[in-house]
Ligand binder design. Sequence first.
Ligand code: NDP
Ligand code: 8X3
Length: 250
Amino acid sequence: MIQTALITGATSGIGRATAYALARANINLILCGRREEELKKLKIELDKRVKVTTLTFDVRDKAEVFKQIESLPEEFSKIDILINNAGNAHGLDPIQKGDIDDWDAMMDINVKGLLYVSKAIIPQMVERKAGHIINIGSTAGKEVYPGGNVYCASKYAVDAINQGMRIDLNQAGIRVGAINPGLTQTGFSEVRFKGDKERADNVYRGFQPLLPEDIADIIAFVVSRPYHVNIADLTVMPTAQASSTIVNRN
Ligand code: NDP
Ligand code: 8X3
């Protein structure tokens, strides 16, 4: 039975690599993001292999999230796997210097956006008593670091939501688990530092960071387990990283 996965944040980084990995596993794809051009390019590349459709929306726009997901054509309307991946950090300022707009963005996207998308999809999974939700958390959701304040709070919230979903959806037989990556080289730091590429590159300087494909391979492994196996919480760091603040750089 061919499955269908919806991936948020599929235009870049971990989400994009996951689209490739799940296509290789013959899973049909609903690819989501705000950058329509990127979604179109991805669809052209991947629909040689599996069925692909795209949804362009901002996860902060509650009405649009529901409208877009409800508009899915019949052949994509049964969603077996939800990958809650869309998210970013905005800024790395100490709390006393933090920008309120950055705080709003992180809580609205990483926490509320994840909830809106989940709310639009969970009822059909409950009805079928089957489904798999993977929430992309972070090492930032396990350990707070200097300047991480609100980003860490948003990822601690993802950790709590992941646990809460697993508890509440237990009787419905739905699998729920989190993958918590450490330092992964994606567009993440460029977004965090508002396009300052040099500062972004410095984050990954002097050691081998994770690549988005490393996380995507793990997601493909997690979804390929037999249905009685639920990988509930998985933290993955580069070998050079021991904690949020301890990185072995040359
Ligand atoms: P990228 O910046 O490469 O990708 C972020 C993705 O999120 C993009 O596809 C972007 O799509 C989407 N996105 C951002 N804001 C919105 C929005 N408002 N509405 C819809 N989609 C949105 O970063 P990563 O791949 O690294 O990040 C993916 C996830 O991994 C995030 O949740 C991040 O917190 C987490 N993570 C990343 C780590 C890292 O070191 N890179 C480590 C731990 C966790 P678009 O711009 O088209 O909307
Ligand atoms: C991304 C990892 O350490 O840059 O969530 O916050 S970190």
